[in-house]
Design a protein around this ligand. Sequence first.
Ligand SMILES: NC(=O)c1ccc[n+]([C@@H]2O[C@H](COP(=O)([O-])OP(=O)(O)OC[C@H]3O[C@@H](n4cnc5c(N)ncnc54)[C@H](OP(=O)(O)O)[C@@H]3O)[C@@H](O)[C@H]2O)c1
Length: 331
Amino acid sequence: MKAIQHISYGEISESIIFSEIEKPTINKDEVLIESFAVSVNPLDIKVVNGKLKGLGKYTLPATMGYDVSGKIVEKGENVSNLNIGDEVYAYVAKQGSFAEFVSVKENIVSLKPKNISFEEAASLPLVSLTASQVLKRGKLESGNKILIHAGSGGVGSLAIQLAKAKGAYVYTTTSTDNVEWVKALGADRVIDYKTEDYKTIVKDADMVLDTLGNEYTEDAFKVIKNGGKVISLVGPVDKETANRMKLNFFAKLYLAWKRRKVTKQIKLKSAYYSLLFMRANTNQLNAVTNLVETGKVKTNIDKVFPFEDAINAVLYVDKGRTKGKVVIKMK
Ligand SMILES: NC(=O)c1ccc[n+]([C@@H]2O[C@H](COP(=O)([O-])OP(=O)(O)OC[C@H]3O[C@@H](n4cnc5c(N)ncnc54)[C@H](OP(=O)(O)O)[C@@H]3O)[C@@H](O)[C@H]2O)c1
């Protein structure tokens, strides 16, 4: 079967290729999904760039991709909740969705929302799970104020809708060209970062979703209330996570040094800070299915590329200006 693989660590243009590889075989608790559509995430690019080498075991060549939608064509003998022919979508935690077929454990596969196309469904798993997990970790409640950075991005565009569905007041940042598009997603106050400074607009927020890192992580503490929360997707590793990572003394010391500015801000604001690593979660993806089927959440697709043009799809996301999601149509 055909697949997009990364063969070396480095720039996308030099490190990913089309390969002809064996169709996967499935274990007792897996299903084989025939991919109809997949979507590209910045995570795919970070893996190829080698930025996450320390976190996972990547053996090259490796098939890229984490999001898939398609039809089940085979199922293992222990699979009881899914059937051949089911239309499904999933976040493929072990990576490898950019291929004509992908094997996935049954317990992380959900039935795709009935009212959307395979392309739309493929745009959802990673970003909607991330947004759901951020709001859960921050215990966002109705009436809370949240600042979501990069509202026009894959995660931001979902997080705005999920936060609105919970009854929160949503501030978000984006550039001039995307202001109207982001407003239409339901954000209450869209801040054009080209002409406005969010730090003078957002005050006493209950929570910030930091999708940008660096100074955005530190400055998040300036706009939260005392005791507020900052959940980052890209900031320094928090103390609790570092403790769970079973690192040696020097690695822990290095991480503590990396988060020293954030540590100072946490103390000043009596704040909660957490770096979130999203995970597969079928219950949460099923909840997203329900929100999509009841019209409370819309998918946001910037561009659909044909499979033959998949490398350009990845290069497009690498530019960092995606409005919503980029999808690769496999069928
Ligand atoms: N830790 C985790 O588990 C996890 C999970 C998901 C994602 N992430 C990470 O979170 C980050 C965001 O992911 P994503 O999928 O949302 O990325 P994305 O879709 O590629 O984000 C692109 C968007 O970012 C906006 N943007 C760029 N700079 C901005 C700025 N200074 N202020 C406001 N908006 C800005 C762009 O809007 P303009 O063109 O208008 O600037 C564009 O719409 C990535 O680094 C990703 O790797 C981590």
